[in-house]
Ligand binder design. Structure first.
Ligand code: ADP
Length: 454
């Protein structure tokens, strides 16, 4: 009698210690599957007859229970199990929400009779023999009204039996698992809320910047057109021409800002479709330079590109846009005028184009962020220069889609050189992997198979 009491005390002590150790796992902020794995393996030294265990979690997206942790089997093979709602012991215990203990073949067969053969054979493969269990304890994993899944502990050895007294311990371990799952879902939810808030904040900052930038030319247009419409003032022909000229210039500014916003929204949704063809880069450069030279008398634009540059492969519409965005900046950020030189260099696999100006320059810490959306350098020189922070990110997206790279070099007060590379025609660019392309697919291992294991 004393021996039995001692054994009971020892078992209670062991359970107590194990629950404390399992609770410690919750404080370690491990990935969820590692926490579940770690709690599950602690069950086995306490319930000595147990040989196999699995944590089945309901996955709303696939409509299946999936193993998140396992013990006593091949962890890779068992991952293929997918039980439907109501299927086998997992399905039933999840629905009923109370733990069960099954110690006879008749009972086990009855509870497992609707397990689909595909799942049965995966389970058999995972344990390395027919999945013929002799006893099971299954405990629901849930917190308050939220159900997550089921913890299953089994043995395959003839004569093994679990005790009613094992249930409170297994349920306590399932409850700790439920806390781990609940916590990890709360953290995931909090992350989504934080990201949404950040995105909203960025969006409102961006709208504020764009509205401000668009208001500047609009204010000028409104001011000059109101002046021209004043009946009481007689404007000379020269003054009218000058004001109309200024209005025209500001309309161009607004047009290019709106184009930038539209191009950038194409990039956001990966809609930048390119229609590539063999290109002579020097022709494109000349066309854009002629356009831009018309807008400025204080800058001299020089195309120093040889007509023997190798042919590249690209969409002329978008490559022109790259030249336009970089040359616009070269003019805009050289307020005292100067030379702007386009140069080309042939390398083994690509052509590198450089566009150098003699403007205000960019400090080293800004050379990388200027290619990020809406980034604008803030200093006394740039304060009065209009812009949206979209020109370079758009150029970068275009160049990267073409398999090239873009970067900048600069010295404050001395000028900036922007470089971009384009692969030479007969050299295939690396295919661009767009975000979201390699989404894993959830599958039901048994497909539409309706049969049961018997
Ligand atoms: P935007 O010119 O409309 O602000 P961009 O994306 O074209 O936007 O450029 C981002 C920032 O990089 C600019 O705000 C400017 O501060 C800096 N920048 C770009 N090109 C030059 C240049 N050639 N010289 C000096 N600063 C430049």
């Amino acid at each position: 009698m004393q021996l039995i009491d001692q054994a009971k005390d020892h078992r209670l002590f062991l359970e107590h210690q194990t629950v404390i150790e399992a609770a410690r796992v919750l404080k370690q902020s491990l990935p969820l599957s590692n926490s579940l794995e770690s709690i599950l393996e602690k069950v086995f030294p306490v319930i000595s007859q147990a040989e196999f265990g699995v944590v089945m979690i309901w996955d709303q997206a696939s409509g299946l229970f999936r193993p998140w942790a396992s013990f006593g089997c091949d962890p890779i093979v068992i991952k293929r199990v997918g039980l439907r709602a109501g299927e086998s012991i997992t399905g039933k215990v999840y629905e009923e929400g109370i733990p069960i203990i099954l110690n006879s073949h008749q009972e086990l067969d009855r509870w497992m009779e609707n397990m689909r053969p595909g799942n049965y054979s995966i389970l058999s493969r995972s344990v390395g023999h027919e999945f013929k269990n002799t006893c099971i304890i299954a405990a629901p994993i849930s917190v308050t009204a939220q159900k997550f899944g089921v913890l299953i502990i089994e043995s395959f050895i003839e004569g093994h039996q679990f005790q009613q007294g094992d249930i409170p311990f297994v349920q306590a371990m399932a409850d700790l698992m439920a806390i781990a799952i609940d916590y990890s879902r709360q953290v995931a939810r909090a992350d989504i809320i934080r990201q949404t808030r950040e995105a909203e904040q960025l969006r409102s900052e961006m709208i504020a910047t764009l509205s401000h930038e668009l208001r500047m030319p609009l204010t000028t247009i409104k001011g000059y057109s109101t002046m021209l419409l004043m009946d009481e003032v007689q404007w000379s022909k020269g003054q009218v021409d000058e004001y109309l000229h200024l209005i025209d210039e500001e309309c161009d500014n607004m047009q290019s800002m709106i184009k930038g916003i539209l191009d950038s929204s194409l990039i956001d949704v990966n809609q930048l479709s390119i229609d590539s063809q063999p290109l002579h880069i020097e022709n494109i450069a000349h066309q854009v330079v002629n356009e831009i030279q018309l807008q400025t008398a204080s800058h001299r634009l020089i195309v120093d590109l040889s007509s023997s540059l190798p042919t590249v492969f690209g969409d002329p519409r978008w490559i022109k846009q790259v030249f336009r965005n970089i040359l616009d900046n070269a003019v805009k950020y050289s307020p005292s005028g100067g030379l702007i030189v386009i140069h080309g260099e042939v390398r083994k696999e690509d052509v590198v184009i450089s566009i150098a100006d003699q403007g205000i320059g960019i400090s080293p810490e800004d050379l990388i962020p200027i290619f990020e959306k809406y980034y604008r350098v803030k200093n006394n020189h740039t304060r009065t220069i209009p812009g949206t922070g979209l020109g370079l990110p758009i150029a970068r997206a275009i160049i990267e889609v073409h398999g090239g790279r873009i970067w900048a070099d600069s010295k404050l007060g001395q000028g900036t050189t922007v470089f971009f590379s384009l692969p030479i025609l007969n050299i295939k660019p690396d295919p661009q992997v767009l975000p979201g392309e390699s989404k894993p697919v959830d599958f039901d291992p048994c497909g539409d198979e309706e049969g049961t294991r018997t």
